[in-house]
Design a protein around this ligand. Structure first.
Ligand code: ADP
Length: 192
């Protein structure tokens, strides 16, 4: 069977995490959400959680070394053998380069990058309306995460846009089901 490794890229509040979860379940892939992994480490108070806490609570990126190490470990688990959806990773040029290397070690490569687009105002409204009790869902931290996203995009997307046909854009300013239909069809094409 074919393996599929796909990056879901988009601003906070774009719904990429929700879609990654739904698509991963539907296609039997693993969702690798670096934000979720960090939140698990925080909740379990692991050494890695302690290292990451300070950055996450002020909406800053966790240093590449920590983040990349965590993804490397996750990718070594046997459940990643059929593929994975990366959600919230990569967020820097170094992470993007590291992901290529990690996949090459598995004798695999990225099939697709799905770019979730939506207006800044919509992201902001969604984040302000979200009540998940996350340490970084305070208004001033939300503003930082939103404004930092432009920098994240400028660091990551040129790496992928350089590869013709790799990036697919999805309008994320629509109902969950409509987005899901498009994203699922795209992801499925990686397994054909
Ligand atoms: P959102 O996309 O809603 O901002 P995430 O759950 O993806 O939230 O990430 C939450 C926080 O976890 C980020 O603000 C950052 O501090 C940290 N984080 C997540 N992914 C990465 C990453 N790839 N590199 C560095 N830090 C990350």
């Amino acid at each position: 069977m074919k393996r599929a490794f796909i990056v879901f890229f988009g601003p906070p509040g774009s719904g990429k995490g929700t879609q990654a979860k739904m698509v991963a379940e539907e296609l039997g892939l693993v969702q690798i959400s670096t934000g979720e992994l960090f939140r698990q480490h925080l909740a379990e108070q692991t050494p890695l959680g302690h290292q990451a806490q300070e950055y996450i609570s002020r909406g800053a990126l966790v240093p590449d070394e920590i983040t990349i190490g965590m993804v490397r470990q996750r990718l070594q688990q046997p459940d990643c053998a059929t593929g994975a959806i990366f959600d919230g990773f990569p967020r820097t040029g170094e992470q993007a380069a590291a992901l290529d290397e990690l996949l090459a070690e598995l004798d695999a490569e990225l099939c697709m990058v799905i770019d979730f687009t939506l207006p800044l105002e919509v992201s902001r409204a969604r984040l302000l309306g979200r009540q998940e009790g996350r340490v970084d869902d305070r208004p001033e931290v939300i503003e930082k995460r939103l404004s930092d996203h432009a920098q994240v995009e400028a660091s990551v997307m040129p790496h992928y846009r350089a590869k013709p046909g790799l990036v697919k854009t999805v309008n994320a300013d629509r109902p969950i089901e409509a987005i899901f239909a498009d994203v699922l069809a795209l992801a499925r094409s990686c397994l054909e």
